[in-house]
Design a binder for this molecule. Structure first.
Ligand code: NAG
Ligand code: NAG
Ligand code: NAG
Ligand code: NAG
Ligand code: NAG
Ligand code: NAG
Ligand code: NAG
Length: 435
């Protein structure tokens, strides 16, 4: 019995329900007693929430009237689809255990669709989630799951649609590229990051908004020929926007808003024919825009506010300084740390050099003063000496004889700027002997 295998946009539960409604009743084979027992156990584990009220061992769960909050589908005496949508606005009690829940669910080994939405489920998602060997749709949205997404999830190779939106998952997303039939991935509204995940290029819809991704847009996205919807908004992505994103052959909806993308949008990019919606607002973009996203057109909505784009037509832009300042912290940590420590070393050397040079200058001034006083004393004491003679002794005569050697001496200090300066200062002032 085919469950949702079609590839519309992610998180279209409506489609799941339509399939439920349209499906003819499954083969009249009654549900096996063990499957029944498992469903009743689930009812207890989920603490008898509204969609589960009225289940009993007398109810034929496979033939319940379909409702938006509960759908069970069965085939050959087994449950193949289970969709329960609650209204929980807080986590289940402390008695709840996500481990027990998935141990119980694993007994429904024929499941192809499992949706447990808004049921207050909390705790880690256990690795045994990979016991579902034919699962195609897994929807655990709007619960309170936390911790990392278990790497075992990439062992469910039949998965086509994975939706973990609005939980509290954090950390690095495991490598999902083994899921080669995955078409829809929605991990939005968690705290995942910092690296963008590796996923199969079969994806049609990739929704990663409202997370903690601190990354550049990876070149590997260029091979996503089926991608129709890419939402990376409200993260901390940085670096340049690559031109290829706009011209991916299937791309319809591209949202990069609310990140720290810098630089100019490449002027020579071209928009794919399918591109209907582009949102690059609230980034740190500067410069102009390529013509295909300069303005809304009849079939393309373009949102660009909150950048530093420079055109008179562009409204709600920041001054350039906003984007340049904002770009600094985004670029510095990712730039190689060597240059950072080098500049620190330079700063320290500069300060030390400055202090030494200052000390040398002060010493020089003191010497100058000292010499002056002694010269005056000498002049006062040797009243017979003519001032010119004294002057020639002190200044003129030695200069003519020692000029060349003085210059050579100063050249010796060429490796030390402060020393060399000091030397030349002495040379050009009248303090030859002091130096
Ligand atoms: C998951 O459930 C939510 C809530 O019902 C729904 O909006 C979304 O479309 C579902 N996603 C999938 C993949 O079934
Ligand atoms: C159904 O449950 C009632 C009590 O809840 C029990 O007495 C009865 O034996 C059960 N019937 C079957 C067929 O399991
Ligand atoms: C939790 O379990 C205890 C003991 O098993 C029970 O007394 C209590 O009613 C349970 N609480 C809820 C909310 O189910
Ligand atoms: C996936 O399944 C294979 C075979 O069952 C197993 O060896 C491997 O450890 C599993 N990988 C993960 C991440 O659980
Ligand atoms: C992302 O955050 C915005 C604003 O906080 C909110 O309106 C939106 O519903 C969120 N989306 C998801 C998928 O969490
Ligand atoms: C745009 O120009 C850059 C260099 O200026 C070049 O590397 C890139 O391939 C060009 N892209 C397209 C789509 O022409
Ligand atoms: C496109 O239209 C939207 C409203 O639909 C508007 O907010 C936005 O600023 C327009 N974009 C441009 C580039 O004019």
């Amino acid at each position: 019995m085919g469950f949702l295998t079609r590839g519309s946009f992610a998180c279209h539960c409506v489609a799941v329900l339509v399939v439920f409604l349209v499906s003819p009743p499954s083969a009249a084979q009654p549900l096996s007693p063990s499957q029944y027992k498992t469903l009743l156990r689930l009812q207890r584990l989920l603490e008898y929430q509204p969609p589960l009220v009225g289940w009993s061992n007398a109810t034929d769960l496979c033939y319940l009237p379909a409702s938006p909050s509960l759908a069970v589908s069965c085939s050959a005496g087994r449950v193949t689809g289970l969709s329960i949508v609650g209204v929980a606005d807080r986590p289940l009690s402390a008695n709840f255990s996500s481990g027990s829940l998935f141990t119980t669910l694993a007994r429904l080994s024929g499941l192809t669709t499992l949706s447990l939405v808004s049921l207050g489920l909390w705790g880690p998602l256990p690795g045994k989630v990979d016991r579902f060997s034919s699962l195609q749709v897994l929807n655990l949205s709007s619960n309170y799951f936390s911790g990392t997404i278990p790497p075992e999830i990439s062992n469910i190779t039949s998965l086509q649609n994975l939706c973990l939106t609005k939980n509290s998952f954090d950390g690095t997303v495991p490598d999902l590229s083994p899921l080669t039939t995955l078409t829809q991935l929605d991990l939005s509204g968690n705290r995942l990051g910092p690296e963008l995940p590796y996923v199969s290029s079969t994806l049609v819809s990739l929704l990663l908004q409202n997370n903690s991704f601190h990354d550049r847009l990876p070149p590997r996205l260029a091979s996503f020929g089926h991608l129709q919807k890419l939402d990376l908004s409200s993260n901390h992505l940085h670096g340049w926007i690559p031109a290829f994103l706009f011209s991916l052959p299937s791309m319809q909806h591209l949202d990069l808003s609310g990140n720290r993308m810098t630089g100019e949008v490449p002027a020579n990019l071209s928009c794919g024919s399918q591109l209907l919606y582009v949102d690059i607002s609230d980034n740190l973009l500067v410069g102009g825009l390529p013509s295909c996203i300069q303005a809304n057109s009849s079939n393309r909505v373009v949102l660009i506010s909150g950048n530093c784009l420079n055109s008179d037509d562009f409204e709600l832009q920041h001054p350039n300084s906003f984007c340049n300042q904002g770009a600094m912290p985004a670029i510095l940590p990712s730039a190689n740390k060597i240059s950072g420590s080098k500049s620190k070393l330079g700063l320290i050397l500069g300060i030390v050099g400055g202090v030494i040079a200052g000390a040398v200058l002060i010493g020089l001034l003191v010497l100058l003063l000292f010499r002056k006083i002694r010269t005056e004393d000498a002049e006062v004491n040797n009243t017979f000496h003519s001032p010119t003679a004294g002057k020639s002794l002190m200044q003129v005569a030695p200069r003519s004889t020692a000029e060349a050697s003085k210059k050579d001496l100063c050249d010796l200090f060429s490796s030390c700027v402060a020393c060399s300066l000091c030397c030349r200062f002495c040379f050009y002032s009248d303090l030859i002997q002091t130096c």
